[in-house]
Ligand binder design. Structure first.
Ligand code: GCB
Length: 605
């Protein structure tokens, strides 16, 4: 079990939350001298950097942008005297990819994994009614024993460099918010919810974990603020008559209030917005509240100008507006769990989310998107270090599920993206992660992984574990692009016919398909990279999607252009966006809008 609570920090009668976002002192440590020189007590120099943000795109020199290694952050925090007797935490929503936290010169905790929160319990070291110094050492090196996978090399000039086995820039640093939190000593630690719908009524099965033994009281309020159910006990059932269900683009959110009581005194109070809904796979259908849904949407990234992968509340708002405009109803959090605020917004806006753990790059290649289509195979899960990787992967799944399980928007877990799954050795590894996700999720949401191009009906050794099959396919781009597109279509249909012949009786969705397109490039007749070709490519793939009844979703790659490592395969980033990186539509956005607005939610039933 995790030794810190994954609950989102919220103020209530018993809890206090102070944002530590803003300018932090910052120092790169290429020589690894920080500890020796006493940086845990305070950083040298005067440079400051915003949090949350990736550090890379602020600076004008390339050594800084490409920096690989340790970087240090520092900020003072004032701890009010009236908090004495409480549990005091510094909560990092993420530190990419690993971090060690020091407060007042004392090492408090370390955390590995760059896309989930952790807390430093500083109760024993803080000074009350005084300023306290928080110092964080963050490291952004890539390895094959943690996720996302890659390696770190040393250049002839002595500088380290990241070599990701994945196709997005290795943005890093304190990319999400930091909060100072005060909790009562006995507090709500965790919450699990599961739903049953019976006609117009619903049951909410809840289970609360606290850090003590005092009794728990739970109340449920509707959107108008009326109490609709209550219960006593750490586990129980809330019966809701005439329940408003959480639906696609018609989200209804109830407010669950949990209180730890001492007689009639509130010891702790926590609130959670919840949506009553069920998710289930039946035959080739994905059912939400028992009704079939067809997924339309995107593989996304957290990526924007200047702040990189840093959480950007304005970009989040714009992205949701664009997704609504184009008629999308879903997205996959490719290739890592996103900022918590994005799930909160998806809950509110009624979007369906496939939540993906950062298990990307499990195919040893710097151009896996290319090489997989040539049939390349790498023995990724047969290494001496595979058990260490598996342990890190399982921990990341545990943290993702603990963090995101109560969001109604999360309808499925994606446990790997484009792994090497054509080797026998992959199967036991996959079995472990699939079993683990199932154990952890009370709602038993469907699990999947995104299949890379070399993972075909006759080569993939792991697809049987997926509750629905997710395909990443680039027929007409990496395979037979341009004037050969008719050959691409033939190969595409051949593969789909082979899947059909297997009669798996499971839904298939496309978690990736797309074509790089330069935002300003027009050419008549089309050439690859032109806006005209992106449309041609989409018309071909859409026809294939419409030809198979078991295809139950299409999530195009990508929502927007995004930054990658430089190289001959990318023109200053991946340009498969339907929108530019500045969130303006390419031509194809209008084609997709027309298509998606015309497809019913229960398309293909
Ligand atoms: C993929 C990867 C994604 C890449 C994409 C591409 O299959 O999952 O991370 O960005 O292909 O554009 O090649």
């Amino acid at each position: 079990m995790l030794d810190y609570s994954m609950l989102y920090p919220k103020e209530t009668v018993s809890r206090r939350v102070v944002s530590m976002d803003g300018m932090w002192k910052f120092h790169l440590d290429g020589q690894e001298i920080g500890e020796k020189e006493g940086w845990i007590h305070g950083l040298p120099g005067t440079d400051m950097i915003p949090v949350p943000a990736s550090f890379q795109d602020f600076y004008t020199d390339k050594d800084t942008r490409e920096f690989t290694g340790d970087m240090w952050y520092e900020k003072d925090m004032f701890v009010p005297g009236e908090w004495e007797g409480k549990q005091i935490l510094v909560r990092f929503a993420a530190a990419t990819h690993r971090a060690t936290v020091y407060v007042n010169g004392v090492e408090i905790t370390s955390h590995e994994g760059g896309f989930t929160p952790f807390c430093a319990d500083v109760t024993e070291v803080v000074r009350y009614n005084a300023h306290n110094k928080v110092v964080v050492k963050v490291n952004n090196e890539l390895t094959e024993t943690n996720i996302p996978c890659g390696k770190t090399i040393t250049l002839p000039n002595g500088k380290k460099m990241n070599k990701p086995y994945f196709d997005f820039f290795n943005y890093s640093g304190l990319q999400r918010s930091v909060h100072l939190v005060a909790l009562p000593k006995e507090s709500v630690f965790d919450l699990d919810l599961d739903y049953e719908i019976n006609g117009s009524d619903a049951k909410v099965n809840y289970s609360v974990k606290t850090t003590g033994d005092k009794p728990v009281k739970v109340e449920l309020f509707d959107e108008a603020g009326n109490k609709v159910a209550e219960s006593v006990g750490k586990t129980g059932i809330l019966s809701v008559a005439d329940a408003h269900l959480w639906r696609v683009h018609n989200a209804y959110l109830y407010r669950l209030v949990i209180r730890i009581m001492d007689e009639d005194k509130i010891v702790d109070e926590y609130e959670q917005e919840i949506g009553i809904r069920t998710v289930e796979i039946k035959g080739t259908s994905i059912l939400l509240n028992g009704e079939p849904v067809y997924l339309k949407g995107f593989g996304k990234h957290e990526d924007s100008d200047i702040v990189g992968r840093g959480f950007n509340i304005g970009v989040m708002k714009r992205d949701f507006e664009l997704m609504k405009w184009i008629g999308a109803n879903s997205f996959r959090t490719a290739h890592y769990p996103y900022s918590e605020e994005i799930y909160q917004m998806a809950d509110r806006e009624g979007f369906l989310v496939i939540d993906e753990v950062a298990a990307v790059g499990m195919f040893e290649s710097l151009m896996n998107f290319m090489e997989a289509s040539t049939g390349k195979v790498t023995a990724f899960f047969e290494k001496e270090t595979t058990p260490i990787l598996l342990k890190a992967h399982k921990k990341a799944i545990e943290e993702m599920i603990a963090r995101d399980k109560n969001h109604p928007c999360v309808i499925a877990w994606s446990l790997l993206n484009e792994p090497e799954s054509t080797n026998e050795a992959a199967t036991p590894y996959f079995e472990e992660v699939f079993k683990y996700a199932h154990e952890l999720d009370v709602q038993k949401r469907p699990r999947t992984f995104a299949l890379i191009m070399n993972s075909l009906p006759n080569t993939c050794k792991c697809y049987h574990l997926s509750d629905f099959i997710s395909l990443n396919r680039y027929y007409g781009w990496y395979v037979k692009g341009g004037y050969e597109i008719c050959a691409a279509e033939e190969l595409f249909r051949k593969e789909m016919d082979e899947w059909k012949a297997l009669n798996l009786n499971k839904p298939f969705i496309f978690t990736e398909y797309g074509a790089d397109t330069l935002g300003l490039e027009h050419k008549l007749p089309s050439v690859m990279w032109s806006q005209e070709y992106q449309d041609e490519y989409l018309n071909m793939t859409n026809e294939v999607f419409d030809s198979y009844d078991f295809i139950k979703g299409e999530q195009i790659w990508n929502f927007a252009d995004f930054q990658t490592t430089e190289g001959i395969m990318r023109v200053n980033g991946n340009k498969k966006g339907v929108f530019t990186r500045q969130r303006q539509p390419k031509d194809t956005a209008y084609l997709l809008k027309k298509r998606w607005e015309g497809l019913d939610l229960n398309y293909k039933g």
